[in-house]
Design a binder for this molecule. Structure first.
Ligand code: DGI
Ligand code: FE
Ligand code: FE
Ligand code: FE
Length: 187
């Protein structure tokens, strides 16, 4: 799918603010794909569609999680986690994106997972550092991303987990598995 077509499909699904975020993620993901020698076209499409389901009603996302037999523990955790796996499903159903690498990068862009692919890492990090983001510590992750994608990923995940804990929120097991995997499964 070409960029213009993908952007027009996504624009209908998002608010203006979230669309601007999406453009930032797209530009950042393409830069990272160039730097780390990933498929630039897949990075572009995964980035454009990564938040496709962000504004779906919770009850619709919940039904999809149940009907499509997605991990049931998602429903025990915060609904913010749902738009990633539901997005992967809807992007396939509604936009016809069939590439499993792209769908996985969308599916795991919020939690991460153990054994993340290069494309998964690029989308996760691009989502965290795109120019519109203002989290505390984001500048450090931006600098790391210029030299070492795994280091940037580890910082972004660690910041996210610390943030959740400070907020008194539960941390989804796969989010922790992703973080532990980075520390323990070093090549
Ligand atoms: O959709 P975005 O805002 O661009 O970013 P995202 O999909 O990476 O994250 C959405 C939210 O999900 C963000 O506020 C952090 C939160 N999140 C990530 N991992 C977990 C989580 N929330 C909970 N409760 N548990 C997690 O493990
Ligand atoms: Fe998201
Ligand atoms: Fe993210
Ligand atoms: Fe996002």
């Amino acid at each position: 799918m070409d960029r213009e077509k993908a952007l027009s499909l996504v624009k209908e699904q998002l608010t203006e603010k979230r669309y601007i975020h999406t453009i930032g993620v797209m530009e950042t993901a393409i830069e990272l794909a160039k730097k780390y020698k990933a498929d630039e076209k897949k990075a572009e499409i995964a980035a454009i569609f990564h938040d496709y389901a962000k504004f779906r009603p919770k009850d619709e996302m919940k039904s999809i999680i149940i009907e499509q037999k997605m991990p049931a523990d998602l429903l025990l955790h915060h609904s913010e986690l749902w738009h990633a796996p539901v997005g992967a499903y809807l992007v396939k159903e509604e936009a016809g994106i069939a590439d499993e690498e792209i769908l996985d990068a969308i599916r795991y862009h919020t939690s991460g997972r153990e054994h993340m692919t290069l494309l998964d890492k690029i989308i996760y990090v691009a989502d965290y550092i795109e120019p519109g983001r203002k989290f505390p510590g984001v500048e450090e992750v931006r600098l790391s991303a210029q030299e070492n994608l795994d280091a940037a990923l580890k910082q972004a995940m660690s910041n996210t987990i610390i943030f959740l804990i400070k907020q008194g929120q539960a941390v989804y097991p796969q989010t922790l598995e992703a973080y532990n995997g980075l520390l323990l499964n070093r090549k």
